[in-house]
Design a binder for this molecule. Structure first.
Ligand code: ADP
Length: 497
């Protein structure tokens, strides 16, 4: 019986496999760390063959935990670290260079050059992206420019480019299928989000032969089947989405105006904006959320650099807590922030302030200030930054957010979630399954194979763990927001070049 869906969640720090049953419950999981390589300052690489071998081995491990084989799988869904770039030889199947990870900054100078050629507006309108070294296009160009012989091979049609999803499908099908889904394509800076195709002008600007590019597909369809060697039988590969988009889907944010926020090291917020791309006036990114059955759904995306990382700093830098979870107990020792405001601009500030010269600041320190106030102000700093991004999302999309769905490590913090609800003055909702990324990939896969029959079928999989309703007097929130805005101003422009 084909009772399960296998989700492959290939992340930046680890490869994970999760097996879901028809009720959407997790039946087994396994994970393995992926080694990080830092060959030069600002460079981050992974080994493509390790990405592959770790991913198949965790899949086998998860399956063996519940004693199933490929015959029991109705489909495989893939979700992945986005933008990470792999180029391989289609004849040998060997990568010509390591995977250049999204965090890698080696192409920053080239991106500055693109900006100085006045290409920002054109690229923003075509791709929905702000020119940045994150995205795949400049990374492909780097490989063609710097790996000996690569450009010649590419021009002869011998090289393939893929983000991690493409690479995994290529390996799973024994080199038969070279494909990507549109959510991943929309992170390459080579994809036109309006025409839904690779953009010839951008390929030309970056000197990338179009023969390298994967076939474009939807996020939920049978792309191909796995080679029998891997799971003992042919299993349909039937869902693909980049990790943040998969999480939006796994959070069942299926309607226009629905938003999820992932509270990890940083925060990733995505808003479903429906069938039309919204080009941001506030440097948020416009991206494809997914394409299903010929219908394309778009999203606005904003991120903040420092969220859970602030709590790590309280633990490792200040030493005022022993574990991240302890921050809640400490912050609860005081009824409010005692007028202490903490702007966590450790590395500058992203959306919507965009100030790389801002630095972290605590203001309002008095003799009465305790570590409990610092803990509370740190949690509030995370919630305030989230609020600021959501406010510009509402402005850009002209949509009022009605609730916020949350996941990620720091979303387990009940106090943080309550503060968030009080500041936003809308409910904050935490689902039972916080593995939303893997769940999203599983749902996309199961939808394509008939394992789940309809979107309304899927909605029943999503259950609430806890809902945080606003409780605080809104007048207090008004005052706090004004003090926060003032604090952000004072932290700005601190570093002088
Ligand atoms: P990532 O995927 O970015 O590594 P995770 O989703 O695993 O992040 O979340 C880890 C982050 O969440 C860490 O930065 C940690 O400090 C923070 N965190 C974990 N538990 C709590 C908690 N109870 N309260 C606040 N922050 C927490």
């Amino acid at each position: 019986m084909k009772n399960y869906i296998l989700a492959l969640d290939q992340g930046t720090t680890s490869s994970r496999a999760l097996i879901f049953d028809k009720s959407g419950s997790i039946c087994a999981q396994a994970h393995k760390e992926v080694r990080q390589h830092f060959p030069n300052p600002g460079w981050v690489e992974h080994e493509p063959n390790e990405i592959w071998s770790s991913q198949v081995s965790v899949a086998a491990e998860a399956m063996s935990k519940i004693n199933i084989t490929g015959k029991n799988l109705a489909g495989i869904g893939i979700t992945n670290q986005r933008e990470t770039t792999i180029v391989w030889d289609i004849h040998t199947g060997e990568p010509v260079y390591n995977a250049i990870v999204w965090q890698d900054r080696r192409t920053a100078t080239y991106c500055d050059e693109l900006k100085s050629r006045q290409l920002s507006e054109m690229i923003r309108h075509k791709t929905g992206l702000v020119i940045d070294a994150y995205f795949s296009g400049p990374k492909i160009k780097w490989i063609l420019d710097y790996v000996p012989g690569a450009r010649k091979l590419a021009e002869n049609g011998c090289l393939a480019f893929g983000t991690v999803d493409s690479w995994l499908v290529w390996k799973l099908t024994g080199g038969r299928t070279h494909v990507t889904d549109m959510s991943n394509a929309s992170r390459t800076m080579l994809f036109n989000i309006h025409n839904l195709c690779w953009d010839d002008e951008l390929l030309e600007i970056m000197g990338i032969p179009s023969s390298m590019m994967p076939r474009l597909a939807s996020s939920s369809e049978i792309y191909d089947h796995t080679k029998t060697a891997f799971f003992g039988s042919e299993v349909p590969i039937s869902g693909i989405a980049g990790d943040q988009q998969a999480a939006l889907f796994g959070q069942m944010c299926l309607e226009e105006g629905m938003v999820k926020n992932t509270y990890g090291t940083g925060c990733f917020m995505l808003m479903n904006t429906g069938g039309k791309p919204v080009i941001s006036e506030n440097k948020l990114l416009t991206t494809i959320a997914w394409q299903i059955g010929g219908e394309t759904t778009y999203a606005l995306e904003g991120s903040i650099f420092m969220a859970g990382a602030v709590i790590q700093w309280l633990r490792d830098g200040l030493g005022i807590i022993k574990s991240a979870a302890e921050v809640e107990e400490l912050a609860e020792k005081v009824p409010d922030n005692g007028n202490l405001y903490f702007v966590p601009a450790f590395t500058g500030m992203g959306a919507p302030y965009w100030d790389q010269y801002a630095r972290g600041m605590m203001i309002g320190v008095g003799r009465e200030t305790t570590t409990a106030h610092i803990a509370r102000a740190a949690l509030e700093g995370i919630a305030f930054q989230t609020m600021d991004v959501l406010k510009v999302m509402e402005l850009d999309a002209q949509i009022k957010i009605r609730e916020l769905r949350v996941d990620g490590g720091a979303s387990t913090n009940n106090l943080l979630m309550q503060i968030q609800a009080d500041l936003l003055e809308i409910p904050v909702v935490r689902p039972k399954i916080t593995e939303t990324t893997a769940l999203g990939a599983a749902l996309l896969s199961g939808l394509a194979t008939g394992f789940w029959t309809s979107i309304s079928d899927l909605l029943q999989q999503w259950q609430i763990n806890k809902r945080f309703d606003p409780q605080q007097d809104p007048a207090i929130a008004v005052q706090m927001k004004s003090l926060w805005a003032d604090a952000v101003k004072r932290a700005g422009g601190w570093i002088k070049e």
